[in-house]
Design a protein around this ligand. Structure first.
Ligand code: T4K
Length: 392
């Protein structure tokens, strides 16, 4: 093992989140079209085509392309009129609570179900106050939240319900595509997502008025030349991003097939390794398999998640501790709510267990088998690894 000064298993670094890239010739052809038209942004032809294709794929009335998911979240939150307090999980990328705090809305952190890693509806109910105006569920790793239970709570208490669906593009719950749940759902098409537009995102909704308002807000509030009717910002997607997305859509099934095959290789390679498990994806549903989420149980594996990460990093495998240490332990939240962790026992435990492993079209089965062998070896030699990691 490289941790003990051997040569690293990989000469080139393997990353979580290497972008999938569609057909290059097709992308070049589309770029030529953009240059010929001299229309580079502001609701161009490619953006309109992408929005139509996405709405049809997701089965929603409206899909609004955006410059990224963070701005899309901010705009959707504002368009829904959220204020006061909004309930969100802490076990998510920090963009979820930031999109609230950015507009001085208080994110109230909710614990998760340790099996699904998603917001626990029972915990949501306990956090409701007269200041609560909404709930933002996060479909973590692409596995949809309990949308029915959350929908019930929202309806009962007259709250808005939206979803951070950054991970859940091309996923279903009960056979229904993510995109149509709640008042609105927000996708990320960042470079590291299995379907990307370089930077980008989108809001999906079936609400005509909300869609109209979001369209105004993402374009400074312009309702025509010289006519501003609303406070807005700049959330527009540019034409090159949209073109990249249109090409990626043609290759979507191939990306999913590669992710799925990679996931199976990991499953086989790690089967029976004590204390090491991968989260499961429901076979009856559509999944994108874009995250290989490994849980390390220190007691049974003999090594900690952090020790395993050090082992892998030494081999040039940049495994990632998403979403350590939990948003409630990041600023400004840890200063605002220093005791939040007391209400988040499952989040606190999970942030010590989870490690993400490389997948996507940049990684092949041979490399994955090698990663699995390294993990196995690390667990077999747990005492030596722990000694090395703790004493150096
Ligand atoms: N909500 C949730 C639940 C999210 O997960 C995210 C984003 C958002 C909202 C907000 O979406 P956006 O506003 O970004 O559209 C990355 C991504 O930057 C972030 O988009 C993503 N979630 C998060 C889970 O992962 P970092 O800080 O880990 O990124 P970074 O730069 O370390 O990249 C990850 C790995 O990918 C690196 O090891 C190298 C590799 N990589 C990255 C890029 C950009 C490449 O190989 N090529 C590349 O071009 O956050």
């Amino acid at each position: 093992m490289a941790l003990f000064s051997a040569k690293p298993a990989f000469n080139e670094t393997l990353h979580v989140g290497r972008p999938n890239i569609g057909n290059r010739e097709e992308f070049h052809r589309r770029i030529d079209g953009i240059l010929d038209r001299r229309w580079l942004t502001n609701n161009g032809e490619c953006v309109q085509e992408l929005e139509a294709r996405l709405a049809s794929l997701l089965g929603v009335k409206h899909c609004i392309a955006m410059c990224n998911a963070t701005v899309a979240l901010e705009i959707t939150i504002r368009a829904l009129g959220l204020k006061g307090e909004v309930i969100v999980p802490s076990f998510t990328f920090v963009a979820t609570p930031h999109s609230l705090q950015w507009q001085e809305i208080t994110p109230v952190f909710c614990d998760i179900d340790p099996l699904t890693h998603n917001m626990d509806p029972l915990c949501v109910e306990k956090l409701l106050t007269p200041r609560t105006t909404g709930i933002i569920g996060v479909h973590l790793w692409g596995r949809p939240c309990d949308v029915e239970a959350l929908g019930g709570i929202a309806q009962k208490h007259n709250l808005k319900l939206m979803f951070d669906a950054a991970h859940a593009f091309n996923c279903t719950r009960g056979g229904r595509m993510v995109g149509g749940f709640g008042n609105a759902e927000v996708f990320s098409f960042h470079a590291t997502k299995f379907f990307n537009t370089l930077e980008g995102g989108a809001v999906a909704t079936n609400d005509d008025d909300l869609a109209q308002q979001i369209r105004l807000m993402k374009n400074f509030g312009f309702a025509g030349y010289d006519n501003v009717v609303y406070i807005g910002t700049n959330g527009k997607m540019n034409e090159v991003s949209a073109a990249f997305g249109l090409v990626g859509l043609e290759n979507l099934d191939q990306f999913v097939a590669v992710n799925r095959a990679n996931y199976q290789v990991y499953r086989q390679g790690l089967a029976g390794v004590p204390g090491i498990s991968l989260i499961a994806y429901e076979e009856g549903e559509r999944n994108n398999y874009q995250y290989i989420v490994c849980e390390v149980d220190h007691a049974s594996a003999g090594i900690s998640r952090d020790a395993l990460m050090e082992v892998l990093h030494a081999e040039n495998v940049v495994a990632r501790r998403y979403f350590y240490p939990g948003c409630h332990r990041m600023e400004p939240y840890r200063s605002y709510f220093p005791h939040a962790g007391l209400l988040l026992p499952h989040t606190e435990a999970l942030t010590q267990r989870v490690l993400l492993l490389p997948t996507g079209t940049a990684v092949g089965p041979g490399e994955i088998e090698k990663i699995c062998r390294i993990i196995k070896l690390a667990v077999e030699h747990a005492p030596e690894v722990m000694r090395k990691v703790t004493t150096g």
